[in-house]
Design a protein around this ligand. Structure first.
Ligand code: PEP
Length: 250
């Protein structure tokens, strides 16, 4: 929509093998994407450099997570500075699986956002409500609380490095996609929130992408509304249909 470049991210999560990942990358390379949509893929950390080397431009890799510190005694973690050092320019932060399974609180996500920006990374910042929260009618309160924590760490000039991924938890990996109306309503509210909390210029230029059971069949309709600027794709990013999503008309 408008001045915002359409964005599609593929989140492989903890899936794949050397063999499968090579097959997926070969398919992406063979698709000759024209660059009209910005495409990012996020393989498990172990495969980041291999995928980065194999991928044809302009597709880029993203990490699925990083820590808050530059270096030190944090066994098993990767720092944003190390990602930057390895020429990985993107990181997904605040994914609902990190929030629900690995203790990524609003505060920890905000601290990771601050550290990633300091290291000059670009961020796919994920937010979204659970089914229980939606049914209670508190979707926007939850989304605003999550956004507010993140926004506290982002200077106005740094919003150009943030893509907001609205991912209702009940739609992730469930096959239960949000309706176009449900997604557009929340995206519009997020944009209004950005306008009030940050500035109208940031609200106008920040990409707000939808995630949750996006596939080749539903992406066309979901790409329609004015405030949906792309997708974060989990399950379907491991399949050839990912390329249909990358090529969707918008
Ligand atoms: C995700 O992991 O961000 C996601 C949206 O997963 P899926 O597409 O499988 O629902």
């Amino acid at each position: 929509a408008s001045q915002r470049k359409f964005f599609v991210g593929g989140n492989f999560k903890m899936n794949g093998s050397m063999k499968l990942i090579k097959e997926i990358v070969d398919q992406i390379n063979a698709a000759n994407l024209d660059g009209s949509t910005e495409v990012i893929v996020a393989p498990p950390a172990l495969y980041l450099l291999q995928v980065q080397e194999m991928l044809k431009k302009p597709v880029e890799v993203s990490a699925q997570n990083c820590f808050t510190e530059v270096s030190g005694a944090f066994t098993g973690e990767i720092s944003p500075n190390q990602l930057k050092d390895a020429n990985v320019h993107w990181v997904i932060l605040g994914h609902s699986e990190r929030r629900s399974l690995f203790g990524d609180t609003d505060k920890l996500v905000a601290d990771k956002v601050a550290a990633a920006l300091k290291a000059d990374l670009k961020i796919i910042a994920c937010i979204g409500e659970t089914l229980e929260e939606r049914e209670k009618g508190v979707t926007m309160q939850v989304v605003e609380r999550q956004l507010d924590a993140i926004a506290g760490e982002v200077k106005e000039a740094d919003w150009k490095d943030i893509v907001i991924a609205y991912e209702p938890v009940w739609a992730i990996g469930t096959g239960k996609v949000a309706t176009v109306e449900q997604a557009q309503e929340v995206h519009k509210d997020i944009r209004q929130w950005l306008s009030k909390r940050v500035s109208s210029a940031v609200a106008e230029s920040t990409r707000i992408i939808y995630g949750g059971s996006v596939n080749a069949k539903n992406c066309g309709e979901l790409a329609g509304p004015p405030d949906i600027d792309g997708f974060l794709v989990g399950g379907a990013s491991l399949k050839p249909e990912f390329l249909d999503i990358c090529k969707v008309q918008h």
